[in-house]
Ligand binder design. Sequence first.
Ligand code: ZN
Length: 485
Amino acid sequence: MFTALLLALQLGTPPVYDRVILGGRVMDPASKLDGLRNIGLQGGRIAVITTQALQGRDTVDARGLVVAPGFIDLHAHGQTAETYRFYALDGVTTALELEVGTADVAAWYRERSAGEQINYGVSIGHIKVRMVVMHDSGTWMPVSDGAYRAASPAQIAEIAKRIEVGLREGAVDIGAGFPYTPAATRAEVLAVFRVAAKTKTPIHVHITPGVAGLKEALALAGETGAPLHVVHINSAGLAETPAMLAMISNARAHGRDVTTEAYPYDAGMTEIQSATIQDVYRNAPDERLAELEWPRTGERLNRESFERYSRIGGPVVIHTNTEQMVAVAITSPLTVIASDAYWQGDTGHPRTTGTFARVLGRYVREAQANVGAQHAAPLRNMHSLSLMHSLSLMDAIRKMTLMPAQRLEARVPAMRQKGRLRVGADADITIFDPATVIDRSTYREPSLAPVGIQHVIVNGVSVVANGQAVEGVTPGRAVRGEAPR
Ligand SMILES: [Zn+2]
């Protein structure tokens, strides 16, 4: 396909591209390009970015819109046709499940090999591997021995071996979640970190909450030399988020390979039967239980309803954070935007459908308007920390594209062709209206698509056109790690 283009150029006839994206404001964090350009796509890749006129067999009119690299989500639990469709409508072109992961990497990729709407990938997950080795009875998360029984030395060796097998089968990296596996000893998690260090694989960890939990994870990474990625610093940190971001910044300043991520909501969500909920709330008084919301009804829980729903199982909303802390996490230069998308059956967290549009609408456009208003009237609103932070559009795009790609690219060569708009890069492209983009989902109605995400292109093929999902197309490809040598 490129040869046909070269031939056309040599003959002096203008090339005709597969598709052209015309007149958009092209924003690329890697090159810092921010200007009106035309883009030509050929064979699923970007063939040209230019101010010259272009011809294509198909044209996307991007006038008045921002043309950005497709968003890369490092933390997307739903990995089904339904959730890939949700993510595409939010501008995501690559969705990776890197925290919980899977215990069987080969089978996980095989199940999706017929093609998906967007690019997909998975980690080998300590939680999932532990469930298999300890014969846990849970379906999604450990609920019995996978959570609560200490592993023998032989079982620890088996867990480490299975994680190495997962990496050889092409897992993107290693996932772990300490609050979901409270019986895992330091010796066990150290064995997992040693595999990460030996194979130079980032380990994505849902840490024990708070400063103490981050200290523990940094010590494990320091002792072994493992690259560390701390998932959802907003919900792991709550009121301690600023202190924890400072710890990560300090570790990085000392040359440590530590990164983190955040999602833009002040409530979390997880399975009510999981240890992370049961350990905290099993004996909690009613005031604490009222932090929990049953999303199907919107009711806050008490002792009776907590026990009743714990027997049924299902997702529960956790109201423990503040908007101010979320703003600190989202606007920090350290954080990648990652949704922690969570969907079970017919319900889930609104972050599943709205994370990226919400950052662009609320933390870029609306926050900039607030900061502007503040400058006009400096005595008003000065108490509000959240209003003093706002994110530039380029920085927001960087957190959604280049930063997640760079986090993974040492082990996942495919990521070197994503997260950038440049000639030769994969044609994963998100085109949105910066003046209107915003999420619409709520805790009661979590499946609503955002507005303003106009066109989403995966490997050159539109999966969203004029704000609507394109049905029946599966251009998404597997994203896999390189087998460690
Ligand atoms: Zn988590």
